[in-house]
Design a protein around this ligand. Structure first.
Ligand code: GAF
Length: 386
């Protein structure tokens, strides 16, 4: 990531920086739409990140410059109400870290990113966690990483209007090189698992579509899961969330449930099981088994949870006749973004060279491919002039 450019721009606009902070985007191996159901997820931070250059000012306002958009924005600290566009995320992080006790005063910030926007790699969590980490350092706060991650999630809820779970912000904050995170979204317990996929690579294929449905349908899915739980609770009072539900409970309540709600709940129960199985596979170096779980996840997301789209389905179908691809599935919230593929290392180039043109011919759009490396989570450091 071009930190030097960001520093140069900052010096041009505001003077000498005080803090440099960075936070990555994420992939998710398996466990999709399970986080807000108190279930499990298996994400990892990637080698694509957002970089922030910051300094305090004495103006009681925030002055921001987004390098990649070539846009300036500013707001007063005594008016933290939501606004349209990218500045809303900055306002959200300031407001939500303040609520957690950080004393944010006026500051200047320049930021840049190589996390593709709208690609399902969670550029928004990179923004929230990078800025939160930077502000905590700039204002010598005592927020713990978990507070910063939760402030990021709250910014999504209260400013962006997406009732997301905790996966993206936890991955961006707690990522560890060469490890995936098995996150229990109920207890927030984190287990770092070595990602031993020797001979294979994680390849992301970006559909380059971001359907406008994404945030409204996301909130609808969450509401459907909650309405399913309400029905199950009438028979099983101890059930708090879909995490607590078994197939037997669900089937017993099927008659009282809308068919769509039943399908959504059934997907979530199965996806938690697939994740458990995927973890066993990773522990036993059973990459074929892991790949099978990934395909199962995609089928469920497409047919029962209905968050896929024709472009994502096409990219997954393209892998089915390729024995060097062990698994493929849509990743993230859905309705566009990327597929994640487990591809034999020496075939990665051939894979991209074959699927890219096939996608263009069928969908009329370019596919962008990324081979990702698993990296560390958010960090901040004092700026030291060279
Ligand atoms: C988005 C959300 F932000 C996450 O919390 C998660 O629910 C994901 O969609 C789906 O698994 O990235």
């Amino acid at each position: 990531m071009n930190t030097r450019n960001a520093v140069k721009k900052f010096e041009e606009l505001f003077g000498t920086p005080e803090v440099i902070a960075r936070a990555p985007g994420r992939v998710n191996i398996i466990g999709e739409h399970t986080d807000y159901n108190d279930g499990f997820v298996l994400p990892a931070a990637i080698d694509k990140e957002m970089v922030f250059v910051l300094r305090k000012n004495d103006l009681d306002k925030v002055q921001a410059y987004a390098i990649d958009l070539n846009k300036h924005g500013e707001f007063d600290l005594d008016n933290l109400s939501p606004q349209e566009g990218w500045i809303n995320y900055i306002i959200g992080v300031v407001a939500e870290t303040q609520k957690k006790g950080l004393k944010v005063r006026g500051f200047d910030v320049v930021f840049t990113s190589d996390v593709p926007l709208g690609a399902g790699m969670s550029s928004s969590a990179a923004l929230e966690c990078g800025l939160g980490t930077g502000l905590n350092s700039l204002f010598e706060g005592s927020l713990e990483p978990v507070d910063i991650a939760l402030a990021g999630q709250a910014a999504e809820h209260n400013f962006a209007g997406v009732k997301c779970g905790i996966m993206d912000q936890f991955a961006s904050t707690f990522g560890k090189e060469n490890h995936v995170i098995r996150l229990d979204c109920r207890t927030q317990e984190i287990q770092h698992f070595p990602l031993n996929i020797e001979g294979y690579k994680l390849v992301l294929c970006n559909t380059n579509v971001a359907h406008s449905l994404a945030s409204s349908e996301y909130n609808t899915r969450r509401a459907q899961c909650e309405s399913g739980v309400e029905v199950i609770k009438t028979k099983y009072a101890e059930v708090k969330n879909l995490r607590d539900v078994t197939h037997e409970m669900l089937d017993e309540c099927q008659a009282e449930m809308d068919k769509v709600v039943y399908d959504r709940c059934s997907y979530v129960v199965e996806e938690n099981e697939r994740l458990e199985e995927a973890c066993h596979c990773l522990e036993n170096q059973d990459l074929e088994g892991l790949g099978k779980q990934m395909y199962g996840s995609h089928k469920g997301l497409s047919e029962k949870y209905e968050v896929s789209c024709k472009e994502l389905d096409f990219l997954v179908e393209q892998t089915l006749d390729k024995d060097y691809v062990l698994g493929a599935r849509m990743m993230g919230g859905g309705f566009g973004g990327c597929t994640i593929n487990l591809v034999k290392e020496e075939k990665v180039e051939a894979f991209i060279a074959e699927v890219g043109p096939a996608y263009k011919a069928a969908m009329g759009k370019d596919m962008t491919a990324y081979t990702v490396v698993i990296g560390d989570g958010a960090k901040a450091e004092q700026f030291l002039k060279a």
